[in-house]
Structure formats: structure tokens, C-alpha cells
Design a binder for this molecule. Structure first.
Ligand code: DQA
Length: 144
């Protein structure tokens, strides 16, 4: 059974309520149930925190044993060198995801401090970005 950890950062606990025009009307927990049904061959764990250090702790905790991490770091994407270093420190591949197309938004969202440390980036496909990230982690090329 492949083990995948999804980590959501600040304000993503409010999905479904927060800026629905940008992030949609679906709460993450409902989406996660659907995702788990699509991938019965995977054990998909989920963690959300609004605190940078807790995100780093979760990366450390899961980043040496899991087959892959899917990280939506929220606004810390654009600010956190510490998250970049945490991703670099672990051995599991990390896929950066964003629900919105950050490049079509404000200029301060165009820079990611974590992309260079990640295996790859998926963004702009709404919540489906997470499913695409699971696909990426299951693809054989991930072993490269
Ligand atoms: C986000 C994009 C970030 O710029 C923003 O701060 C978020 C959500 C996204 O999933 O589109 O909180 O990561």
C-alpha cells in the first residue's frame, strides 16, 4: 500500500467558506473522501495547520517513510525559506500544489520559495490539483 501524506497550510481549513470565487465551495474533508475512493491502493493521510513550524514538523515526521508528500503551503509558499529547507532535508518526493493559478493572480503570488526544493508543481486546477499530484506520485517516473 502506497503511503501519501497531504499537508495543507494556513487558511486552507476554511476551504468551502473562504473566497469561494477563487477556491470553490467544497470543504477539503468532503473532497478527501472522494480522493480516497479513487485510490483504494493508497493510504492517504491528511494534516492541516495554520502554523509554519507544525508544517515543518509534519514534513520531518512523514518525509522519510512515506512514498510521497503533497504540500499546499498556502501563503507560506511565498515567504518560507524554512519550508524550503525542510523539503530539501527529507527523502520522500514532495509535490507542491495550489488550487488557484497563482501566476494569474497578484504579483506577490508569482514567486514560490519552495518550488525549487520540490519534485514538481501542480497548480490552477482547483481541488483536482491534489488528484493530479497523487497521479504524479504514482507515476513510475517519480523514481528518477
Ligand atoms: C494557494 C495560493 C496561495 O497564494 C494562497 O496564499 C493560498 C492558497 C492555492 O492553493 O491556490 O492560501 O496556495
Amino acid at each position: 500500500m502506497k503511503k501519501i501524506q497531504i499537508i495543507n497550510g494556513p487558511n486552507l481549513n476554511l476551504l468551502g467558506k473562504r473566497e469561494p470565487a477563487v477556491y470553490g465551495n467544497t470543504a477539503f474533508e468532503g473532497y478527501l473522501d472522494e480522493l480516497r475512493k479513487i485510490y483504494p491502493q493508497c493510504e492517504i493521510s491528511y494534516f492541516q495547520s495554520n502554523l509554519e513550524g507544525e508544517l515543518i514538523n509534519k514534513i520531518h515526521e512523514t518525509g522519510f517513510g512515506y512514498d510521497g508528500l503533497i504540500l499546499n503551503a498556502g501563503a507560506y509558499t511565498h515567504t518560507s525559506l524554512a519550508l524550503h529547507d525542510a523539503i530539501k532535508a527529507v527523502t520522500s518526493p514532495v509535490v507542491e500544489v495550489h488550487i488557484s493559478n497563482v501566476h494569474a493572480r497578484e504579483p506577490f503570488r508569482h514567486v514560490s520559495l519552495i518550488s525549487a526544493a520540490c519534485k514538481g508543481v501542480i497548480l490552477g486546477f482547483g481541488l483536482d490539483s491534489y488528484r493530479l499530484a497523487v497521479e504524479a506520485l504514482l507515476a513510475p517516473e517519480i523514481d528518477n
